[in-house]
Design a protein around this ligand. Structure first.
Ligand code: GTP
Ligand code: SPV
Ligand code: MN
Length: 609
């Protein structure tokens, strides 16, 4: 299909304007067909940008490598360009939108010369569903087009829905100006130097402009930019929630099901929990989504969640037959791998895949790599943030209702992060506002999912939304409080929990085995929702009694006591940190309900000393 076939005059005009600015050699519209997907992949294979994997081991799969500087989201180069600085708030980078557009327009000028410009009409959420949002991404990266075709619903069906004047969110992307003439891209996608990268959201005009990076969250603009940063703004205005959450369905041995959503910061276990295989007999878990949830009240007063995505952009390292067999099967065909290692027989390998490297590998830099097991300092063969892009429907665990436009009614919301100490395995909030408090204080050890934040240090990541909230985080806290206040049926609000799979012993070992064993905690969550759980009231909230959660093999009674103890001194340090370093950032935007919760927590802890 070509430009003249575009029936939507506004869209055609926008595409023409961008083409005039960026001067591509050709314009191609993504029609969503598998023939076009195959042809695009073939082009990248032929130009040396990707490697086709062994069709017997990984049919329909390819491997891409990025520039070593373009392996994760770049939070320092991500902007919420609201008209007023205050509306971006204390946790977002801000530049005046007029100034930022001028800077970026200069960068975009002529940037697609020598390349094809692709126009990708896409839907976040099932096609035609009243909750879905339509976007159109313009990009000069075939890698982005192919990833978007897996992660979202793409093509002429979306254009049909748009008709001649339908609304879409314009999303402009370029990997950046090509290298100097004569220089090749060395089999990696091009990108701009750090100081030219911009991942910009314009909340008032609901536009997204991204320049200089080809990596997932920076370049697949339907995902973090639209389905979170822009969607949070829409959700605030329209009274719903756009969240960095997995959605799962848990079924007990009697066949009764409940739906749970969970917000953990990037690379803290959402994909794994969403696809978990319970270790407790008779229980089942099915996947509705692994990264983003949009939640709206239904007529019955329950919050209903939909997964706006159609694929998984999952962390590869640590994914094994033992930890997440569902993800391995989902990514066994028709999958795009990014920055993992390549074996001699053209299969993939990564750290934590569950077996030693089979012979000589090509690492994510494109260099030969031989495993040296004795050497703890050996750089990894796969980048720690290497990823697979796999169609959601390929996961054996996918719930039959995962595309239901109504969504699924949510009984419980979990918050969590990587906390080696203090935070217990699980506790439940006393009520909605206490749950909002728990979300607001989420902290986690930083992972490799973003550049420019020091891995290993703990930072506050409220609601796991620090990098994804499109407006003032203080107003976002208030929005969560308001959702509780305005709930049509308060007793149908989800219960809110705080979990931590990442406690460590003093010698650095995991205190809790995690993965499938997390089903034991989900069972307690299920029982809390059903009103049958064994609970005890503590200064920090409602907790399981020590015998309420069956112990997994290898976890002693002592371990369990430690996992479920209230570390009063640790929590008092937590309170002090929130009081001096975290909450003051929000100034008078901090909801008074949250300030009051902190006082209550402190006095309860002091009373328990
Ligand atoms: P994003 O896609 O970045 O939003 O991440 P995610 O939250 O989906 O994280 P994911 O499930 O991909 O997990 C990231 C890393 O955490 C992987 O290396 C996992 O192996 C590891 N992990 C997940 N669950 C557990 C767990 O229960 N215990 C431990 N120790 N590690 C876990
Ligand atoms: C995350 O970083 O939270 C991800 C990967 O889910 S990305 O799409 O790159 O944001
Ligand atoms: Mn994520």
């Amino acid at each position: 299909m070509n430009l003249n076939e575009l029936k939507h005059a506004g869209l055609k005009k926008w595409v023409e304007e961008i083409a005039a600015l960026t001067t591509p050699d050709a314009i191609v519209i993504a029609d969503g067909s598998s023939a076009q997907y195959d042809a695009l992949i073939e082009e990248t294979v032929e130009s040396g940008l990707s490697t086709r994997l062994n069709p017997e081991k990984k049919p329909g799969c390819v491997l891409f490598r990025s520039d070593p500087s373009d392996v994760a989201r770049v939070e320092k180069r991500t902007y919420i360009a609201s008209v007023k600085k205050e509306d971006a708030g204390p946790t977002n980078n801000w530049i005046d939108p007029t100034e930022l557009k001028a800077t970026m327009t200069d960068l975009y000028r002529g940037c697609m010369k020598g390349r094809t410009m692709y126009v990708i009409p896409f839907s976040m959420g099932p096609l035609g569903s009243p909750i879905s949002k339509i976007g159109v991404e313009i990009t000069d990266s075939a890698y982005v087009v192919c990833n978007m075709m897996i992660m979202t619903r793409v093509g002429t069906k979306v254009l049909d829905l748009l008709g001649t004047d339908g609304y879409y969110v314009p999303c402009l992307h370029s990997v950046g100006k090509p290298l100097a003439e004569g220089e090749s891209d060395h089999g990696i996608w091009p990108c701009a130097p750090m100081e030219h990268k911009y991942i910009s959201q314009f909340p008032e005009t609901r536009e997204i402009w991204s320049y200089g990076s080809g990596y997932g969250g920076n370049a697949l603009l339907g995902k973090k930019c639209l389905a979170l940063r822009i969607a949070t703004v829409l959700a605030r205005d329209e009274g719903w929630l756009a969240e960095h959450m997995l959605i799962l369905k848990i079924t007990n041995p009697k066949g009764e099901s409940k739906y749970i959503t969970a917000a953990f910061p990037s690379a803290c276990g959402k994909t794994n929990l969403a696809m978990l295989i319970p270790t407790i007999p008779g229980w089942e878990v099915h996947t509705v989504g692994d990264d983003i949830a949009w939640m709206k009240f239904g007529k019955d007063g329950y919050l209903y969640a939909i997964n706006p995505e159609a694929g998984f952009f999952g962390v590869a390292p640590g994914t094994s037959k033992d930890s997440n067999p569902n993800a391995l099967i989902a990514a066994s065909k028709n999958t795009i791998f990014t920055n993992v290692a390549l074996t001699e027989d053209k299969d993939v390998w990564w750290e934590g895949i569950g077996y030693d490297a089979p012979g000589k590998l090509i690492d994510w830099h494109g260099n030969e790599w031989v495993q040296d097991k004795g050497n703890k300092e050996q750089p990894p063969a796969a980048h720690p943030n290497s990823r697979f892009t796999a169609p959601a429907k390929q996961a054996p665990s996918i719930a039959p209702e995962w595309e239901d436009p109504k969504g699924v009614p949510v009984s419980a919301i979990l918050f969590g992060g990587r906390r080696p100490s203090t935070i217990p395995l699980v506790h439940m909030s006393r009520d909605w506002n206490h749950g909002v408090f728990l979300g607001s204080i989420v902290g986690s050890e930083v992972t490799a999912a973003a550049l420019d934040v020091k891995a290993g240090t703990i930072r506050r990541d409220p609601f796991a939304m620090l990098p994804f909230c499109g407006y003032n985080m203080g107003d976002y806290f208030q929005h969560w409080i308001n959702i509780g206040k305005n709930a049509p049926v308060p007793e149908h609000l989800p219960k809110i929990f705080y979990v931590n799979w990442f406690r460590k012993t003093s010698d650095g070992k995991w205190l809790w085995p995690g993965y499938g064993e997390n089903s034991r905690v989900l069972k307690w969550v299920f029982e809390c929702c059903a009103g049958t759980a064994k609970t005890v009231d503590t200064p920090i909230g409602i907790m399981p009694t020590v015998d309420a959660i069956d112990r997994p093999e290898g976890v002693t009674e002592e371990d369990m006591k430690q996992l479920l103890a209230v570390d009063v001194d640790g929590w008092l340090k937590e309170v002090a940190d929130i009081r001096t370093n975290h909450y003051p950032k929000f100034g008078d935007k901090l909801p008074k309900e949250l300030a009051a919760m902190l006082d209550v927590l402190e006095s309860k802890l002091k009373a328990a000393k």
